[in-house]
Ligand binder design. Structure first.
Ligand code: BGP
Length: 465
């Protein structure tokens, strides 16, 4: 059977996870903010399931990676946990077992014919650095992150060719400093803005280090993974259009522009300055951001953002918030994933592709996460015990069709990673919603390929569908 949609030669068919969501906390020398949060507030996590075991990747990576190969993946992203790799958080001196573990994971990934993509920060700040320095509020922590990155580059860049500095840094800003869905659940717009700046700086400084170490000479490339949530206005009125432009600027371009263009969006600087909440920066730092742009971009896409002009007066009681400039628009008849509460809108894949083509130098990029989390998947099991997740296949195919259209029209996209290969732990939903191509039985740790796992094997083999 020939394909209706064929993707460019060498296209990445892969899937992504992160250290804290699959490894378990076994043998880690430090605790992350999530490890700590679970200790003090286990009821904040679905069914009180914490990060202790997750899908046991620390112990089962060999079997797990062999399964990824079995479902045809040619690339795989995970993250190196700061709290596992680094023994001395000040100097960046590595932990022996952490080095052994990540060496094994990388070697095993390559042995199974997959390109490893290694990310350095997936929401998992060491809690000590929050307690001592205020975490990402502090420029000292930026330096400590660079020490960690340097250690990782030196240890692994002989084999790892694709690095990313951060996963979804905007979610750190939103979760920790605006909307209280990540520990320490602070609400402080001014701090949020400083954190946004500091993480942009940390990414640029890590890239600078990567270049100083000449990791490119080994064919190494470095990027960042951003969650892009394209903003759509309620109407084409000037006011709604302006509201959506501001939402895009605050949530998407605030990381995308510095990463790709080396500069913050003018509109962002203008609004934050007018409101008296602009970050504290220096000429030298801004120069570092300008000089150290990414080689490639990872885009996590799950849902759009629908907005309209402000209809209600902004509630000043919480201080500055991005919502000063727009209201959320609850569009009638939108398609929803009821389990996750996210709108399903595959058309955004095309819009993102074209935006990158036209406004971001058509930089090489890939979809680094996309997927559908579903609760109660056991009810879709057939007699042989495998989950018949046709809804997931349909979701992924629809998204891929729009991506394909963007590629056909010249967008420089080189791959597609789903979230996630094996059902993994989530930040406070724990194991509520399952995303994997491979199901995890939490009680027994038994892993079983779903129907979508067979589907991706075919897609990967045929380079399309
Ligand atoms: C992204 C994160 C992932 C993953 C995914 C699914 O934002 O990068 O870590 O968790 O979303 O979301 P959730 O687990 O919240 O359902």
């Amino acid at each position: 059977m020939s394909n209706k949609y064929t993707f460019p030669e060498g296209f990445w068919w892969g899937s992504a996870t992160s250290g804290p969501q699959c490894e378990g906390t076994f043998n880690k020398p430090h605790k992350s903010v999530f490890d700590y949060w679970y200790e003090v507030e286990p009821e904040a996590f679905f069914d009180k399931v914490g990060p202790g075991v997750t899908s046991n990747f620390y112990n089962s990576y060999k079997e797990d990676l062999a399964m990824l190969k079995e479902i045809g993946l040619n690339s795989f992203r995970t993250s190196i946990q700061w709290t596992r790799l680094i023994k001395d958080l000040e100097t960046g001196e590595p932990d022996e077992d952490g080095v052994r573990f990540y060496n094994d994971v990388i070697d095993e990934t390559i042995k199974n014919g997959m390109i490893p993509v290694m990310n350095l920060h997936h929401f998992d700040l060491p809690v000590e650095l929050y307690n001592k320095y205020g975490g990402w509020e502090s420029k000292h922590v930026v330096e400590l992150f660079v020490n960690f990155a340097e250690t990782a580059f030196k240890l692994f860049s002989d084999r790892v060719k694709y690095w990313t500095t951060f996963n979804e840094p905007m979610v750190v800003v939103e979760g920790q400093y605006l909307y209280q869905f990540h520990y320490p659940k602070v609400v402080d717009g001014r701090k949020a803005v400083q954190v946004l700046y500091n993480i942009n700086l940390a990414s640029a400084k890590a890239i600078k280090k990567f270049r100083e170490l000449k990791c490119e000479n080994n064919g190494g490339k470095i990027g960042i993974v951003l969650n892009l949530t394209p903003a759509y206005p309620r109407s084409n009125s000037e006011e709604d259009l302006r509201a959506s432009k501001i939402a895009d600027t605050m949530f998407n371009y605030s990381f995308l522009d510095p990463a790709v263009k080396g500069e913050f969006p003018e509109l962002l600087v203008e609004l934050l300055s007018k409101d008296g909440v602009l970050w504290e920066s220096s000429e030298e730092e801004l120069e570092i951001i300008k000089e150290n742009k990414i080689d490639f971009l990872g885009v996590n896409y799950y849902q759009p953002r629908r907005v309209k002009v402000k209809e209600y007066e902004f509630d000043e009681s919480k201080g500055w918030m991005p919502e000063k400039y727009f209201d959320y628009y609850d569009m009638p008849n939108k398609r929803m994933n009821p389990y996750r509460g996210w709108e399903i809108y595959p058309e955004s894949m095309y819009d993102i592709a074209i935006n990158i083509r036209d406004n971001y130098n058509n930089i090489p990029w890939y979809i680094s996460e996309n997927g559908m989390g579903v609760e109660g998947e056991e009810k879709y099991k057939n007699e042989d015990g495998s989950i018949q997740d046709d809804y997931r296949i349909e979701f992924l195919e629809e998204h891929l069709q729009y991506l394909h259209k963007g590629i056909e029209e010249g967008s420089n996209c080189f791959g597609y990673h789903s979230w996630t290969p094996i059902d993994c732990w989530s930040w406070s939903n724990a194991y509520k919603n399952r995303y994997g191509y491979i199901a995890l039985d939490l009680d027994t740790q038994k892993k079983t390929i779903k129907k979508s796992g067979k589907w991706i094997r075919e897609v990967s083999k045929n380079n399309g569908f």
